[in-house]
Design a protein around this ligand. Structure first.
Ligand SMILES: *Cc1c(COP(=O)(O)O)cnc(C)c1O
Length: 393
């Protein structure tokens, strides 16, 4: 199956042929040894992806289920959670936690900016938080979080560090064995993600990794207010994928196994570098059209950008004209709806696809009366990537 359109919404992302082929493999029973071997390998490779000696869970669901699994397995009713939010998806932890009777506090940045680390430190000093959530990259604003600064202060405060990697995992490094600030006690406790963003397979998998400390936190809770989302029901399956709790999405697991092979073959260091350079190149090229990213460049996510429209550009017309050219981008959320669009540059998206998108965006802006130099923009796009990849050598 060939992709007919360039899907640059911030998830789902373009699915490459090898993954479609894996997806179309014959569906087998979930206890068939041939499937079990693939599931087992996917689970082992998920541990490699996060470099964890903890436990991972790969189940049918979406990123939101993984968010729920993170919270419900670590924080009990009445306990306190701190949410560091850089937009819509950070905020999602608030309503999620309230649904479980958790006492939630929030530090919200102005859209496009990062929460000041000093505020986080101050907030953590005011009370015993069981856990803190960080959205590694927020899909509404294109703002990424500074894990280097945040993980040490969260761990120093004795809280669990929960990282929402839904638009970061498999693009940005999330190394759960890394000792942040050089301290062996300062490590990420949970990373959660979904299948359809930088991993590059269709929607439908919730993926989450727990450190030993996070597993201990689950055990200390005794019972939790969940059934499908209770990791205790899944631990035996992840340990022995021939056992049953609820039917795994067999074909998606084939696809995920293939995707992990692609990711681990490229290597996370190179993959992160590639994403950083794609992000810079897209934003630099778009600036030549007068399109400004919402996020400060220092805080800009390598995986997607939220781009403000210049005066006079109509959102609906812009996106439908682009779609007519086979390039699909997303609108914006909340108060930015109609004022900005979002473009993904992650996963297995190719440089040529992004260059095509830069061209198409230039054409559509031209139609709306904006003066653009498409050749120049594409040249800047290509040069930025060339310079970045040379710098990475
Ligand atoms: C997409 C996204 C989610 C939600 O994932 P779903 O698969 O839509 O449930 C959560 N967090 C972030 C950062 C996301 O980008």
């Amino acid at each position: 199956m060939k992709n007919k359109e360039i899907l640059l919404v911030p998830g789902p992302t373009p699915v490459v042929d090898e993954i479609y082929e894996a997806l179309a493999s014959e569906t087998r029973g979930h206890t068939d040894p041939r499937f079990v071997a693939i599931y087992k390998r996917a689970i082992e490779n998920t541990k490699k992806l996060f470099n964890t000696d903890g436990e991972v869970f790969v189940v049918a669901g979406s990123g939101t289920l993984a968010m729920e699994m993170a919270i419900v397995n670590t924080v009990a009713e009445g306990e306190r959670l701190l949410v560091i939010s850089h937009g819509y998806f950070g905020d999602r932890f608030i309503s999620l936690s309230k649904a479980f009777g958790i006492e939630v506090d929030i530090l919200q940045a102005e859209w496009g900016k990062r929460v000041d680390v000093a505020f986080v430190k101050e907030k953590l000093s005011t009370g015993a938080y069981k856990a803190v959530t960080i959205t590694h990259a927020d899909t509404s604003t294109g703002v990424s979080s500074d894990l280097e600064a945040l993980i040490p202060i969260i761990k120093e405060a004795g809280a669990l560090a929960i990282v929402d990697g839904v638009v970061a995992t498999a693009a940005l490094q999330e190394d759960m064995s890394k000792a942040y600030g050089g301290n062996e006690d300062y490590k990420i406790d949970i990373v959660l993600t979904g299948s359809q963003k930088a991993i590059g397979i269709p929607p439908g998998l919730a993926i989450i990794a727990f450190s030993q400390q996070a597993i201990a936190a689950r055990e200390a809770l005794g019972t939790v207010r969940a059934y499908y989302a209770d990791i205790e029901n899944w631990r035996p399956v992840m340990d022995n994928p021939a056992s049953y709790f609820a039917t795994p999405p067999v074909n998606l697991i084939y696809a995920y196994d293939k995707a992990l092979d692609i990711v681990l073959t490229e290597g996370m260091e190179r993959r992160e570098q590639r994403h950083i350079s794609y992000g810079r190149a897209v934003r630099t090229a778009l600036r030549t059209y007068g399109l400004m990213p919402l996020a400060d460049e220092m805080a800009a996510a390598p995986t997607l950008s939220c781009i403000l429209y210049p005066e006079g550009v109509d959102d609906t017309k812009f996106r439908s004209s682009l779609a007519a050219r086979g390039v699909i981008v997303a609108g914006s959320l909340a108060h930015l709806a109609g004022k900005a669009f979002r473009i993904g540059h992650m996963g297995n998206t190719k440089e040529e696809q992004l260059a095509e998108a830069i061209t198409a965006i230039g054409e559509v802006l031209g139609e709306q009366g904006i003066k653009v130099d498409i050749q120049e923009a594409v040249k800047i796009f290509n040069n930025t990537i060339a310079r970045e990849s040379k710098a990475a050598l």
